[in-house]
Design a protein around this ligand. Structure first.
Ligand code: PLP
Length: 459
């Protein structure tokens, strides 16, 4: 063999060596001769320090600016019990507007009992992906109930709503396709579109004329087109125009995916969601996405649709295939909550009355609630981030917990307080809350951001 090898040219010997190396595995052979002396290694150590990540520096700057101005960090507050219409923070009972437990089911005895029973029967964890390790009867029962809810063939649940959007969009479309979504679409929709490597376009919020004309001009460039919108928008509390979207998707031969995260339990006379509100047959929507973490007081996401869609996702959606199955107790809790939602429409009526009267009260008090439809989510616009944080702090000190939504999550001028309403807020507490918000708002009115901060710091 060595004889034969010597007969080869240098280049031939190198090629033979590399083929042998490949067969044997690279570890057993000597390295290729270096073409030239190694250049001194550059110093890359600065890339190792997590502090140097661009987002990290920005977070540090915001935190130190906030504390220099006397503002407490409004995030990661420690709640001492469950957080629904009320919560306890630092030992104080507060009216809570920061949790989307819309129908007060998080502390419902039946929902808790369902979770406990499932723990007793199945343990805590699903212990592996359902694809390989199998499932429990509650997974199937929940998926059947959700499929029925949307009049669809089937449903698939994921361990998070975020994963449901990312994995589903990522699996449905690819480089020859187009995703076109509302400009206010949730991060998980945008991330799914990025992951899919499809072309991504957005249309101005709820501007269906621009969606239609976009599709008229570019539809032919793509194979599959996926339109994505939300039933009830979580920042502004306004609705999509579902009949308009269905008409466009049918005219332009596209799929329509509706993220129903915030409309289940909220919209429609019985709280069935945006399709009930508009009287649209839910089967005219190709992909229904929703979360179990809002009205259903659990955790996870779901996709409901036709059998081929759900069958395909069961074997192709990374966030399902390569992720553990939903804990059986979580599935059981969500199923119990769905049953209560369907059985007790009075909760939906109370939520609607609360949200409408809160939004109307804010408007009467001269507060700007933007385009809110008065359905569970009501923003109060502050015009800048510092005012939003300062106002949230002043309200906190008066027993009201509401989160500021600030840049960069939204454009600076659209900074706001966002109120999530619940069926369990007593109307008199809502009336007092509106008065308190209006008082604090005008106490800070017309002041410069710095003055607002000084006042907030003093309180
Ligand atoms: C519109 C929308 N879609 C998806 C999600 C993600 O859902 P989850 O929090 O259940 O992961 C959210 C989260 O709040 C949301 O608001």
């Amino acid at each position: 063999m060595n004889e034969d090898r010597r007969r080869l040219s240098d280049a031939g010997q190198r090629l033979l060596d590399s083929l042998v190396r490949k067969r044997l595995g690279a570890a057993t052979t000597s390295p290729e001769p270096a073409a030239s002396p190694a250049a001194p290694a550059a110093d890359h150590s600065r890339w190792l320090d997590f502090h140097n990540l661009p987002g990290c520096a920005e977070q540090r700057l915001l935190r130190s600016a906030g504390s220099a101005m006397g503002l407490r960090d409004p995030y990661f507050l420690l709640h001492e019990g469950d957080a629904g219409a009320f919560t306890v923070i630092d030992g104080r009972r507060m009216i809570n507007f920061s949790s989307y437990d819309y129908l007060g089911l998080n502390h419902h005895a039946e929902v808790r009992a369902a979770a406990r029973d499932a723990i007793d029967r199945y343990g805590i964890s699903a212990s592996a992906s359902r694809l390989v390790a199998g499932e429990r009867p509650v997974h199937r029962a929940l998926e059947q109930a959700l499929a029925d809810h949307y009049g669809q063939d089937a449903c698939l649940t994921f361990v998070s709503g975020h994963a449901a959007n990312v994995s589903t969009i990522g699996a449905l479309v690819g480089p020859r396709d187009l995703v076109v979504h509302d400009a206010l679409a949730h991060n998980s929709i945008v991330m799914g579109a990025h992951m899919s490597r499809a072309e991504r376009r957005s249309f101005a919020h709820n501007d269906l004329a621009s969606l239609d004309s976009l599709l008229e001009s570019i539809r032919d460039r793509y194979e599959r087109v996926l339109i994505v919108a939300e039933g009830l928008y979580s920042m502004d509390g306004d609705l999509c125009d579902l009949p308009g979207l269905v008409a466009i998707k049918e005219r332009r031969q596209a799929w329509l995916m509706i993220d129903a995260a915030h409309d289940l339990g909220v919209l429609g006379a019985r709280g069935l969601g945006v399709f009930e509100h508009f009287g649209v047959d839910p089967r005219r929507v190709d992909v229904w996405m929703g979360t179990l973490s809002k009205t259903l007081a659990a955790c996870g996401g779901y996709i409901a649709g036709s059998s081929p869609l759900v069958e395909y996702l069961k074997y192709s959606a990374g966030g399902f295939v390569y992720s553990v199955g939903m804990p059986p107790a979580v599935a059981a809790a969500a199923l119990a909550a769905l049953e209560i939602l369907r059985r007790e429409p009075d909760r939906v009526r109370r939520l609607r009355d609360n949200a409408l009267s809160f939004a109307a009260g804010c408007r009467r008090a001269g507060l700007d609630v933007g385009s809110s439809a008065g359905e569970a989510i009501v923003p109060v616009m502050t015009g800048d981030s510092i005012r939003a944080v300062a106002l949230s702090q002043r309200l906190f000190e008066r027993g009201i917990n509401v989160q500021p939504i600030i840049a960069p999550a939204i454009p600076e001028r659209q900074a706001r307080l966002r109120f999530f309403l619940s069926s369990e807020h007593p109307p008199e507490d809502l009336a007092t809350s509106v008065e308190t918000v209006a008082e604090e708002f005008s106490a800070t009115g017309g002041a410069s951001p710095a003055a607002l901060v000084r006042r907030a710091g003093r309180t």
